[in-house]
Design a protein. Sequence first.
Length: 228
Amino acid sequence: MLELQLAAIAFLVLHLLFAAAPLPSWRGMPRGERGRRLLGLGAELPALAWLIAAYRRAPELALWEPPDALLALALVLPLPAALLLVAGLAALDPPLSGRREESAGAEAVRGIVRVTRHPLSWAVSLWALGHLLAADDLAALWLFAALFAAFTLGPALVDRRRLREGGPGVGIFYQTTSNLPFQAILEGRQRLAFREIGPAPIAGALALYLVLVLLHGPLLGVPLLSEG
Protein backbone atom coordinates (compact mmCIF):
# COMPACT_ATOMS: atom_id res chain seq x y z
CA MET A 1 0.00 0.00 0.00
CA LEU A 2 2.95 2.31 0.59
CA GLU A 3 3.84 2.30 -3.11
CA LEU A 4 0.28 3.31 -4.01
CA GLN A 5 0.32 6.12 -1.47
CA LEU A 6 3.63 7.46 -2.82
CA ALA A 7 2.38 7.21 -6.41
CA ALA A 8 -0.85 9.02 -5.56
CA ILE A 9 1.02 11.84 -3.82
CA ALA A 10 3.54 12.12 -6.67
CA PHE A 11 0.84 12.37 -9.32
CA LEU A 12 -1.13 14.93 -7.33
CA VAL A 13 1.92 17.12 -6.67
CA LEU A 14 3.05 16.99 -10.31
CA HIS A 15 -0.41 17.84 -11.64
CA LEU A 16 -0.84 20.81 -9.32
CA LEU A 17 2.71 22.00 -9.92
CA PHE A 18 2.25 22.19 -13.69
CA ALA A 19 -1.14 23.85 -13.19
CA ALA A 20 0.16 26.59 -10.92
CA ALA A 21 3.83 27.28 -11.51
CA PRO A 22 5.37 29.42 -14.28
CA LEU A 23 7.83 27.43 -16.36
CA PRO A 24 11.52 28.37 -16.35
CA SER A 25 12.93 29.56 -19.68
CA TRP A 26 15.53 26.86 -20.25
CA ARG A 27 17.28 26.76 -23.61
CA GLY A 28 15.58 24.36 -25.99
CA MET A 29 12.42 24.14 -23.90
CA PRO A 30 9.12 24.42 -25.82
CA ARG A 31 7.52 27.77 -25.02
CA GLY A 32 4.00 29.05 -24.50
CA GLU A 33 0.92 27.06 -23.64
CA ARG A 34 1.84 24.38 -26.16
CA GLY A 35 5.16 23.82 -24.43
CA ARG A 36 3.51 23.71 -21.04
CA ARG A 37 1.07 21.03 -22.20
CA LEU A 38 3.84 18.97 -23.77
CA LEU A 39 5.97 19.12 -20.63
CA GLY A 40 2.97 18.44 -18.42
CA LEU A 41 2.04 15.34 -20.42
CA GLY A 42 5.64 14.17 -20.43
CA ALA A 43 5.81 14.35 -16.65
CA GLU A 44 2.28 13.33 -15.69
CA LEU A 45 1.75 10.33 -17.99
CA PRO A 46 4.55 8.29 -16.38
CA ALA A 47 3.27 9.32 -12.94
CA LEU A 48 -0.25 8.25 -13.92
CA ALA A 49 1.07 4.94 -15.27
CA TRP A 50 2.89 4.37 -11.97
CA LEU A 51 -0.28 5.21 -10.04
CA ILE A 52 -2.35 2.68 -12.01
CA ALA A 53 0.35 0.00 -11.75
CA ALA A 54 0.68 0.58 -8.00
CA TYR A 55 -3.10 0.30 -7.65
CA ARG A 56 -3.06 -3.07 -9.43
CA ARG A 57 -0.30 -4.33 -7.12
CA ALA A 58 -1.87 -3.00 -3.91
CA PRO A 59 -3.47 -5.47 -1.47
CA GLU A 60 -7.26 -5.47 -1.27
CA LEU A 61 -8.30 -4.13 2.13
CA ALA A 62 -12.08 -3.87 2.43
CA LEU A 63 -13.40 -0.75 4.14
CA TRP A 64 -17.20 -0.89 4.01
CA GLU A 65 -20.20 -1.71 1.88
CA PRO A 66 -21.39 1.48 0.13
CA PRO A 67 -25.14 2.10 0.57
CA ASP A 68 -27.46 1.86 -2.42
CA ALA A 69 -27.93 5.65 -2.52
CA LEU A 70 -24.20 6.22 -3.07
CA LEU A 71 -24.02 3.45 -5.65
CA ALA A 72 -26.93 5.01 -7.54
CA LEU A 73 -25.23 8.42 -7.49
CA ALA A 74 -21.99 6.81 -8.63
CA LEU A 75 -23.85 5.36 -11.61
CA VAL A 76 -25.31 8.75 -12.57
CA LEU A 77 -22.21 10.96 -12.26
CA PRO A 78 -20.38 9.52 -15.30
CA LEU A 79 -23.20 10.81 -17.55
CA PRO A 80 -22.49 14.54 -17.02
CA ALA A 81 -18.79 13.63 -17.01
CA ALA A 82 -19.19 12.10 -20.48
CA LEU A 83 -21.00 15.21 -21.74
CA LEU A 84 -18.28 17.51 -20.39
CA LEU A 85 -15.61 15.30 -21.94
CA VAL A 86 -17.13 14.96 -25.41
CA ALA A 87 -18.34 18.56 -25.64
CA GLY A 88 -15.04 19.81 -24.26
CA LEU A 89 -13.03 17.85 -26.82
CA ALA A 90 -15.34 19.01 -29.62
CA ALA A 91 -14.74 22.64 -28.62
CA LEU A 92 -10.94 22.34 -28.68
CA ASP A 93 -8.52 23.11 -31.45
CA PRO A 94 -6.31 20.16 -32.45
CA PRO A 95 -4.64 18.61 -29.37
CA LEU A 96 -1.63 20.45 -27.99
CA SER A 97 -2.29 23.42 -30.25
CA GLY A 98 -1.59 25.70 -27.33
CA ARG A 99 -4.72 27.76 -27.93
CA ARG A 100 -5.80 29.79 -24.92
CA GLU A 101 -9.51 30.52 -25.01
CA GLU A 102 -9.23 33.60 -22.82
CA SER A 103 -7.07 35.32 -25.44
CA ALA A 104 -10.21 35.65 -27.58
CA GLY A 105 -12.20 37.27 -24.77
CA ALA A 106 -15.98 37.04 -24.99
CA GLU A 107 -15.84 35.46 -28.46
CA ALA A 108 -14.46 32.26 -26.94
CA VAL A 109 -17.42 31.85 -24.57
CA ARG A 110 -19.58 29.43 -26.51
CA GLY A 111 -21.10 26.00 -26.00
CA ILE A 112 -19.79 24.02 -23.05
CA VAL A 113 -17.49 26.92 -22.07
CA ARG A 114 -20.65 28.73 -20.90
CA VAL A 115 -21.05 25.96 -18.32
CA THR A 116 -17.41 25.82 -17.21
CA ARG A 117 -14.13 27.05 -18.64
CA HIS A 118 -12.53 23.72 -17.62
CA PRO A 119 -14.83 21.02 -19.07
CA LEU A 120 -12.16 18.34 -19.44
CA SER A 121 -10.90 18.69 -15.88
CA TRP A 122 -14.41 18.56 -14.46
CA ALA A 123 -15.18 15.52 -16.60
CA VAL A 124 -12.35 13.59 -14.96
CA SER A 125 -13.27 15.03 -11.55
CA LEU A 126 -16.90 13.86 -11.77
CA TRP A 127 -15.84 10.46 -13.11
CA ALA A 128 -13.37 10.05 -10.22
CA LEU A 129 -15.98 11.22 -7.70
CA GLY A 130 -18.42 8.57 -8.91
CA HIS A 131 -15.80 5.86 -8.41
CA LEU A 132 -14.82 7.37 -5.07
CA LEU A 133 -18.39 7.13 -3.79
CA ALA A 134 -18.56 3.47 -4.82
CA ALA A 135 -15.08 2.58 -3.50
CA ASP A 136 -15.23 -0.22 -0.95
CA ASP A 137 -11.50 -0.85 -0.42
CA LEU A 138 -8.50 1.24 0.60
CA ALA A 139 -6.61 0.96 -2.70
CA ALA A 140 -9.54 2.31 -4.74
CA LEU A 141 -9.93 5.11 -2.21
CA TRP A 142 -6.32 6.23 -2.71
CA LEU A 143 -6.49 5.99 -6.50
CA PHE A 144 -9.71 7.92 -7.06
CA ALA A 145 -9.07 10.41 -4.25
CA ALA A 146 -5.80 11.39 -5.97
CA LEU A 147 -7.53 11.81 -9.33
CA PHE A 148 -10.45 13.72 -7.83
CA ALA A 149 -8.18 16.08 -5.89
CA ALA A 150 -5.89 16.70 -8.87
CA PHE A 151 -8.62 17.58 -11.34
CA THR A 152 -10.76 19.51 -8.84
CA LEU A 153 -7.97 21.70 -7.44
CA GLY A 154 -6.06 22.06 -10.72
CA PRO A 155 -8.48 24.38 -12.57
CA ALA A 156 -8.41 26.99 -9.80
CA LEU A 157 -4.61 27.03 -9.89
CA VAL A 158 -4.63 27.34 -13.69
CA ASP A 159 -6.99 30.33 -13.40
CA ARG A 160 -4.75 32.06 -10.86
CA ARG A 161 -1.71 31.56 -13.07
CA ARG A 162 -3.39 32.75 -16.27
CA LEU A 163 -4.87 35.82 -14.57
CA ARG A 164 -1.44 36.62 -13.20
CA GLU A 165 0.11 36.25 -16.66
CA GLY A 166 -2.56 38.52 -18.15
CA GLY A 167 -2.98 39.21 -21.84
CA PRO A 168 -5.68 40.62 -24.17
CA GLY A 169 -9.19 39.38 -23.52
CA VAL A 170 -8.35 37.67 -20.23
CA GLY A 171 -10.47 39.95 -18.05
CA ILE A 172 -13.60 39.64 -20.20
CA PHE A 173 -13.22 35.87 -20.50
CA TYR A 174 -12.96 35.32 -16.76
CA GLN A 175 -15.75 37.78 -15.97
CA THR A 176 -18.20 35.91 -18.19
CA THR A 177 -17.25 32.33 -17.30
CA SER A 178 -16.79 30.23 -14.20
CA ASN A 179 -14.58 27.39 -13.05
CA LEU A 180 -17.35 25.70 -11.05
CA PRO A 181 -19.91 24.27 -13.52
CA PHE A 182 -23.06 26.42 -13.88
CA GLN A 183 -21.86 29.09 -11.42
CA ALA A 184 -21.70 31.87 -14.03
CA ILE A 185 -25.14 30.84 -15.36
CA LEU A 186 -26.71 30.85 -11.89
CA GLU A 187 -25.16 34.24 -11.15
CA GLY A 188 -26.59 35.73 -14.36
CA ARG A 189 -23.20 36.31 -15.96
CA GLN A 190 -23.82 33.68 -18.62
CA ARG A 191 -26.60 31.66 -20.26
CA LEU A 192 -27.01 28.01 -21.20
CA ALA A 193 -27.03 27.36 -24.96
CA PHE A 194 -27.59 23.73 -25.93
CA ARG A 195 -27.65 24.70 -29.62
CA GLU A 196 -24.02 25.80 -29.41
CA ILE A 197 -23.04 22.47 -27.85
CA GLY A 198 -24.79 20.71 -30.70
CA PRO A 199 -26.63 17.40 -31.00
CA ALA A 200 -23.55 15.40 -32.04
CA PRO A 201 -21.60 15.87 -28.76
CA ILE A 202 -24.75 15.18 -26.73
CA ALA A 203 -25.42 11.98 -28.69
CA GLY A 204 -21.76 11.03 -28.45
CA ALA A 205 -21.79 11.53 -24.69
CA LEU A 206 -24.88 9.32 -24.31
CA ALA A 207 -23.29 6.62 -26.46
CA LEU A 208 -20.04 6.80 -24.48
CA TYR A 209 -21.94 6.53 -21.20
CA LEU A 210 -23.89 3.48 -22.36
CA VAL A 211 -20.73 1.78 -23.63
CA LEU A 212 -18.94 2.41 -20.32
CA VAL A 213 -21.86 1.06 -18.29
CA LEU A 214 -22.39 -2.04 -20.43
CA LEU A 215 -18.70 -2.94 -20.79
CA HIS A 216 -17.66 -2.13 -17.23
CA GLY A 217 -18.43 -5.66 -16.11
CA PRO A 218 -16.94 -7.63 -19.05
CA LEU A 219 -13.76 -5.52 -19.17
CA LEU A 220 -13.13 -4.77 -15.49
CA GLY A 221 -15.05 -7.54 -13.77
CA VAL A 222 -17.28 -5.09 -11.89
CA PRO A 223 -20.78 -5.03 -13.43
CA LEU A 224 -22.69 -1.80 -12.90
CA LEU A 225 -26.13 -3.22 -13.68
CA SER A 226 -27.59 -6.17 -11.79
CA GLU A 227 -28.66 -9.06 -13.92
CA GLY A 228 -31.63 -9.80 -11.71
